[in-house]
Design a binder for this molecule. Structure first.
Ligand code: BGC
Length: 444
């Protein structure tokens, strides 16, 4: 066997990512709780990973012991501001404790201020459909950042505004369950303006803060490139899903499939680019899918799939996504804010992890400014409308007993984090089936 080591850049930030509603448990004052009670999810979040009950401690211990240097978590707006004129100082203290817990373990905290959930009172006022949301978000951000600034300087304003709008208003898989493209675009526009206001507020409070948002970049590759309807519709899908939000932040003009919206105040409001990448879609024209811009999405025949078929392991598309990000933002550091795959037996996760990190290593060789990687996720958690049917954790969770069980990927990831490298030994031990793919044999 050849011996080689792919070394990552010094100081590369290795971590995992989570979101409040998915791990905390007992969140009963947000729109997802109502959605769960209405039977729209596969199971309910319930206790989740019981982080609100204190089990974040043991999970942070696991992360730190396995060499992780950072953790991305989110705060739950409905806990911090349960009513429009009410702040819960105990909730803020709870988050301070958690962030201090990360610091004590030598880990960098990244805090997301909005990860899909918001308080019911805001929902009753139209949430992100209503332009006034910007004012509410700004107040919430000010209060939260003031309270947490001692322990955090790396902020993500909004997680996946594009997916929040797309899944909530176009496909209807997430609350509010539909509304159409126009509304989805209005929501994205309100999110972009609110993001920009939050960006400025955070910098006012903490001038050296690094602030951005996380985009879910999911390429749409036409199935038949020669067929104009596949090509055109996939381009439109790509524009609506992947490009609209970033176009607003880069240029101050949001480009959408149905026109442009000027928002000059949004231009330049990011200090890093946050990329969530899971997979790439193959898309084709479908007359019966007007809602989704006449596209149907699937994966190539024989694709290497996660357990529930929602994610295909396509590492090359991740490399392409990185290239797109670097070309779009040549002067910004890039953070991979999420990446992962569902697999309870962990087999596909091991190779997915190694193959995707290999792509980052390739990119680093061109001096692309990728500064960190947050794997989704630390421990199995509540996967939104898919509930507990998907297992994304490096550690498995038994929801009846709250017992965690380490999966082999946790050891693989620990070896990578601790050595800041990916080696032939690791690949040989954890995913020998992709050895030749990651370390191609020399053909002289
Ligand atoms: C979301 C996470 C989610 C993950 C896997 C991402 O789009 O940000 O909250 O758990 O996908 O489904």
């Amino acid at each position: 066997m050849i011996q080689a080591t792919y070394q990552f850049t010094r100081g590369f930030l290795w971590g995992t990512a989570t979101a409040a509603h998915q791990v905390e448990g007992g969140n009963t004052n947000n729109q997802w709780y109502v959605w769960e009670q209405a039977g729209r999810t596969k199971g309910v979040s319930g206790l989740a990973c019981d982080w609100w009950g204190g089990r974040w401690r043991e999970d942070f211990d696991r992360a730190a012991e396995s060499g992780q240097k950072a953790h991305r978590l989110s705060v739950e707006w409905s806990r911090i501001q349960p009513a429009p004129d009410q702040w819960d100082e105990d909730a803020l203290e709870h988050y301070r404790l958690m962030l201090r817990g990360l610091r004590e373990r030598g880990m960098t905290a990244m805090v997301t201020l909005h990860h899909f959930t918001h308080p019911l009172w805001l929902d009753q006022r139209g949430a992100w459909e209503n332009e006034e949301v910007g004012l509410h978000f700004e107040r919430f951000v000010r209060k939260t950042v003031e309270a947490l600034k001692e322990y955090c300087g790396l902020w993500c304003t909004i997680n996946e505004p594009n997916f929040y709008a797309g899944l909530g208003y176009v496909t209807g898989d997430m609350p509010p369950g539909g509304g159409g493209l126009r509304l989805a675009i209005r929501v994205q526009a309100n999110m972009a303006r609110a993001h920009a206001a939050a960006y400025r507020t955070i910098h006012e409070i903490q001038p050296k803060a690094r602030v951005g948002y996380a985009l879910h970049y999911r390429p749409a590759v036409p199935r038949r490139r020669w067929f104009p309807l596949d090509a055109i519709t996939s381009r439109l899908r790509h524009l609506g899903l992947n490009l609209s939000f970033p176009s607003a932040v880069s240029t101050g003009v949001m480009r959408t499939p149905i026109g442009r919206i000027s928002m000059p105040e949004v231009k330049g409001t990011q200090d890093y680019f946050g990329l969530n990448y899971y997979t790439a879609d193959t898309t084709w024209f479908d007359l019966f899918q007007p809602k989704e811009l006449f596209t149907h999405a699937g994966f190539p025949r024989g694709a290497d799939l996660g357990e529930t078929g929602m994610i295909a392991n396509i590492p090359q598309a991740f490399y392409d996504a990185l290239r797109w990000a670097v070309r779009t933002y040549p002067n910004l550091p890039i953070l991979i804010t999420e990446n992962g795959i569902d697999s309870s037996d962990d087999v596909v996760r091991r190779r997915y992890l190694a193959q995707h990190l290999h792509q980052i290593w390739r990119a680093l060789n061109f001096n692309w400014q990728i500064k960190g990687y947050f794997h989704w996720t630390l421990v199995d958690n509540f996967e939104w409308e898919r509930g507990w049917t998907q297992r994304f954790g490096l550690w498995a969770l038994d929801t009846d007993t709250q017992k965690r069980t380490k999966r082999p990927s946790a050891d693989l990831y620990a070896a990578i984090c601790k050595s800041n490298s990916l080696s032939t030994e690791m690949v040989h031990q954890y995913c020998p089936e992709v050895f030749d793919n990651i370390f191609p044999p020399f053909e002289g």
